[in-house]
Design a binder for this molecule. Structure first.
Ligand code: NAP
Ligand code: SF4
Length: 654
């Protein structure tokens, strides 16, 4: 299980929750866990509120974690990470005086003495990890953090012995490994996370990567893990757009170069993907991180041939990385229990009830499965012919096909827990009141918001649901009204040729699209001629009334991917638009004071949603115990994260 910073490391009382989190994964048969990042000293922390593993008292606090994992038969390594210039602090340090494009704070250069001290701090941190009873450490040498900042001339311009030629620059990580090995003895695991592809201009060449790997082995590492891309790279490396196992080819290049095991990482989210990576000879081991947030029992379920029951990570980052990067405790959109194992639990209900759930979108599905797990008799009513709700539209978006996996998971859970599913059944106040339900949960979702201007009912105008769900034909030029998450999704959908058999890119096409040179002809492996995206088959305008950049409310760690993707497809993004009318000519707008006619074939309305909750008042009036969740409750800024969590919290108390 790969490293993920959960923020439990940094909050009061978090260590006991962390122990419960890791114990559950160890119980689920994970072979080896690597913790979230722990700094070797105070300057190395990502945030001023973070902790450093630098003394015995701190180490002893961690024993609750190591004991919990060992009690379950697991093994756990502590990741040591010094963020260098990526820190969010005015005290940032790096190899040279510099400023990272992704931190607001500049860094000062470490003095020669301070470099020595920093190496000593890494070693002390590893010794303290041993004192805390960890089975080993992972030394984080990738993703653009301090070690990378020493290795690459793009940052390291030092004139002392820690700068200069490549051999001198790599002495920083090599000394850390050598001295750590000396300090911890031969049997303590040392994983070195080696940046195998920097994906930044001026990054390491392939020859340098190979040389470093050999030296890392000589210095005493037990295992080499793959680091893919610096955080400041503009190539998505873990987002949902990345093909599954999409960077295993990088690790494969290094196979046979060293005699210690290599680990492949990134977008390996299901057992079959992991098996394929191994079968293709890409690596000796695989590491999955986020998939263990989505489902702590993946390995156990794979062993028992229950893959249908795996709750798959859909690579959205919405509740994990987006949380961590905004200083909230990490969790998972499809599994709100992740990092809340001590708080959110479905226990057997004292009083068994008959429960109706109306609507089989994400909120209704979680409510149904959760209620059934608690032992209630559950009836799930869905007006359409299928379960999944809004996820059925999301899975149509190129790069978001994984949302279909969540529907598959819930489908397996409904039958495993004997939920009575009534498809093509529109529940009414009468039908619900005449069936003796103790509780009725309305998860009836949302309906697309209508817009009010002349011609809003013109034949050119359609809703996003008509495009994504009803698959209405869309012309060669199109204007999209509203640039929230759905506006972006619809633009992405229309910027692809949907007549192709598959709109998902294979690995080679993906690398070409985002400008990665698989031949590794340049340092950092970026293609000399940049990205080469497939052109959009349509002219697309993405419009909004408000000021500022498009997609500013999209996910913190994924918004840039959506913006870059649409920019590559030459989508025209206009702000401060007022909509005048639609007629046979197209969409008439004003941008500021300037009048414009967009001569488009179609206008797609993506202007948010209104709740669908008309059953509520009737049921309430009849004295029923009725609950509203998900979009039916509050449509504004609704997302699946909120919907699924709301369902879980309600059902726990039912
Ligand atoms: P949304 O985020 O509320 O965006 C709709 C946009 O339409 C508004 O930002 C508004 O922008 C515009 N609008 C609202 N009322 C309008 C009106 N009467 N006339 C014209 N324009 C109007 O809703 P959404 O895009 O449907 O997304 C729904 C939820 O799903 C959101 O929580 C979203 O975060 C989530 N989601 C996220 C993603 C993602 O992160 N990739 C993808 C899909 C959905 P202006 O006022 O600027 O015009
Ligand atoms: Fe995966 Fe999304 Fe869950 Fe993160 S929030 S673990 S990306 S499904």
């Amino acid at each position: 299980m790969g490293s993920m910073h959960t923020m439990l490391e940094d909050i009061p009382g978090g260590i006991d929750r962390l122990a419960a989190f890791y114990a559950e994964r160890a119980r689920g048969q994970v072979g080896l866990i690597v913790t979230g990042c722990i700094a070797p000293n105070l300057e190395g922390r990502a945030l001023p509120m973070g902790h450093a593993m630098d003394n015995e008292a701190e180490a002893e606090k961690h024993r609750v974690v190591t004991k919990a994992v060992h009690d379950e038969g697991g093994k756990i390594c502590m990741q040591i990470l010094h963020v260098g210039r990526y820190g969010y602090s005015p005290d940032n340090v790096s190899s040279s005086e510099t400023k990272a494009p992704i931190s607001p704070f500049p860094s000062r250069a470490l003095t020669t003495d301070e470099v020595e001290k920093t190496i000593a701090d890494y070693v002390q941190s590893a010794r303290m990890a041993q004192h805390a009873h960890y089975d080993g450490v992972e030394i984080m040498g990738s993703e653009g953090y301090l070690i990378n900042q020493f290795i690459v001339t793009k940052v390291n311009r030092r004139e002392d012995k820690w700068g200069g030629d490549y051999e001198s620059r790599i002495q920083f990580p090599l000394e850390i490994i050598r001295r750590t090995r000396e300090a911890v003895g031969p049997n303590f695991i040392i994983i070195y996370r080696l940046s195998m592809i920097d994906l930044v201009k001026g990054g390491s060449t392939w020859e340098e990567v190979v040389h470093l790997a050999k030296e890392v082995e000589k210095a005493g590492a037990t295992i080499i893990n793959s680091g893919i891309g610096w955080h400041e790279s503009r190539v998505p490396t873990i987002g949902t757009v990345v093909p599954k196992g999409g960077f295993a080819w990088v690790t494969k290049r290094l196979m046979g170069v060293v005699n210690i095991p290599l680990i492949a990482t990134n977008r390996i989210n299901m057992p079959d993907v992991a098996e394929q990576v191994l079968a293709d000879g890409c690596a000796d081991m695989v590491s999955m991180a986020r998939p263990f947030l989505a489902d702590p029992e993946i390995v156990q379920k794979a062993i028992e041939n229950r893959t249908e029951e795996i709750n798959t990570c859909i690579a959205c980052n919405q509740a994990c990385l987006d949380h961590t990067f905004s200083m909230q405790v990490c969790s998972c959109i499809v599994n709100p229990r992740a990092c809340h194992e001590t708080e959110l639990n479905y226990t057997e209900a004292q009083v068994k009830k008959k429960v109706a759930i109306v609507g089989a979108g994400p909120a209704g599905l979680e409510a149904a499965v959760g209620s059934a797990k608690r032992g209630h008799e559950v009836h799930l009513y869905e007006a359409s012919h299928r379960i999944g709700g809004q996820f059925n539209m999301a899975k149509e978006i190129p790069g978001k096909e994984e949302y279909g996996q969540t529907i598959r998971y819930y489908s397996a859970m409904l039958s495993k827990h004997n939920v009575n599913v009534h498809l093509n059944t529109k529940a009414s106040v009468d039908s619900l009141t005449s069936n003796g339900f103790d509780d009725i949960i309305l998860a009836t979702g949302v309906t697309p918001r209508k817009v009010q201007f002349d011609g809003a009912d013109h034949a050119k105008v359609m809703t996003y649901a008509e495009v994504l769900q009803d698959k209405k034909e869309v012309g060669k030029s199109v204007a999209i009204i509203g640039s929230g998450g759905i506006g972006f999704d619809v633009a992405e959908y229309l910027a692809h040729d949907m007549n192709q058999d598959s709109v998902s890119l294979d690995v080679k096409d993906y690398m070409k699209e985002w400008g990665v040179d698989m031949e590794y002809n340049t340092g950092g492996s970026l293609a000399e001629n940049g990205a080469s995206p497939l052109p959009s088959p349509r002219e697309i305008y993405l419009l909004k009334r408000s000021k500022g950049k498009h997609g500013k409310n999209l996910g913190k760690t994924t918004g840039w991917i959506h913006r870059s993707s649409l920019a590559m497809k030459k989508v025209n993004m206009l702000s401060e638009v007022s909509y005048q009318k639609v007629d046979d000519q197209g969409l008439h707008i004003k941008v500021g004071e300037e009048e414009k006619l967009l001569e488009v074939d179609h206008v797609i309305v993506c202007a948010g949603q209104e709740p669908l909750n008309e059953l509520h008042a009737g049921l309430f009036a009849k004295g029923q115990s009725v609950h509203l969740i998900g979009g039916a409750h509050i449509a504004k800024e609704l997302d699946a994260k909120k919907a699924i969590k709301e369902a879980m919290e309600l059902v726990i108390k039912l």
